[in-house]
Design a protein around this ligand. Structure first.
Ligand code: BTN
Length: 318
């Protein structure tokens, strides 16, 4: 089915006969595969008598050669047409002994994972589903604030590509105004105090313009700018920013990044509720500390909070 899609991706008309000949199947088998393409991948195909078949919109698929041509050639890149989750595949690869660093990308995820057990909506060829695997052997210091560092790199990559309003929300969401444009999920295997592997999972809404599956306010690069983006260029730009900020973090620790991160924090000084499961703590955001923990003023007293299960909401009265 995906071989057929690759023949159609140019957005031109292709006759059923030519497609069948290229694939070594009958015209009716082509027809059946096209119906699957529409049903499974949510793509729309025009069928015109005498002309053949045409994708409603040309597709720019992920392509390792194009990613390298855009400047990111250092990391081995594994691209999947369809996978459960790029983070899950990255963890399986670590288990199999694949040497880090490496990057796992997919055109779609059928079980994309978000923070706090949520699902990450991952339609075909629209967005970026990106998991970078690193080996960490510098102890806890190399992990401290790492997810915030990734958020900063994602935000700068988006700004470089023209999404000038992209900004941060603790711990690691990237927002435009109140709408989420990117999310980050770090997963760790091994002993963080000694040698471990970390999977830096990044999901960016790129060319997605509609979905009723996302249960929070969201936006995408194309909704913000009115044009579509080449995800191969985005992968390369994000790679460059990750290299820059991960190197700074490696050499100088999170303290070297703290004040820059705070400058881009949308909710600095705002009244918020910190949600931890069924518990809620109201306070005012003071910033973050040297490890990336949130500093909140609660009833006049400064307190720090950290942990993957926490999330922030703006308070109605803020
Ligand atoms: C969040 O909830 O904000 C985090 C979302 C992280 C989604 C990305 S998409 C690539 C990688 N693979 C996954 O299954 N999840 C992350």
């Amino acid at each position: 089915m995906l071989t057929l899609l690759k023949l159609l991706k140019d957005g031109r008309f292709h006759s059923g006969q030519a497609l069948g000949a290229a694939l070594g199947i009958s015209r009716s088998a082509v027809w059946k595969q096209l119906q699957h393409l529409e049903a499974d991948l949510g793509l729309s195909v025009h069928k015109v008598r005498g002309k053949g078949y045409q994708l409603a919109k040309p597709l720019l698929l992920l392509d390792v050669a194009q990613i390298c041509a855009n400047g990111l050639c250092e990391w081995p890149v594994h691209v999947f047409d369809s996978i459960d989750s790029t983070n899950a595949e990255a963890l399986r690869s670590i288990e199999r002994g694949v040497q880090a660093p490496f990057l796992v990308l997919a055109e779609r995820q059928i079980a994309g994972r978000g923070r706090r057990g949520r699902k990450w909506v991952s339609p075909f060829a629209d967005n970026l589903y990106h998991s970078l695997v690193l080996r960490i052997d510098g102890g806890m210091r190399q992990i401290e604030g790492l997810s915030l560092v990734v958020g900063l790199a994602v935000m700068h990559a988006l700004r470089d590509m023209g999404i000038a309003e992209a900004a941060l929300k603790w711990p690691n969401d990237v927002l435009v105004g109140e709408k989420k444009i990117a999310g980050i999920l770090l997963e760790l295997v091994g002993d963080p105090a000694d040698v471990c592997h970390v999977v830096l999972g990044v999901g960016i809404n790129v060319n997605m313009r509609s979905t009723d599956e996302v249960d929070q306010q969201w936006t995408s690069m194309s909704l913000e700018s009115g044009r579509d983006f080449d995800r191969n260029e985005l992968v390369a730009r994000l790679g460059a920013k990750l290299q820059q900020y991960l190197a700074l973090h490696h050499e100088a620790g999170f303290a070297a990044i703290q004040s820059e991160w705070e400058r881009f924090h949308l909710w600095q000084g705002r009244a918020v509720s910190l949600i931890a499961g069924v518990n809620r703590i109201d306070g005012v955001v003071m910033g973050i500390d040297h490890q990336g923990a949130l500093r909140l003023k609660v009833d006049g007293v400064e307190k720090t909070f950290s942990g993957g299960e926490l999330s922030l909401r703006l308070r109605d009265d803020s």
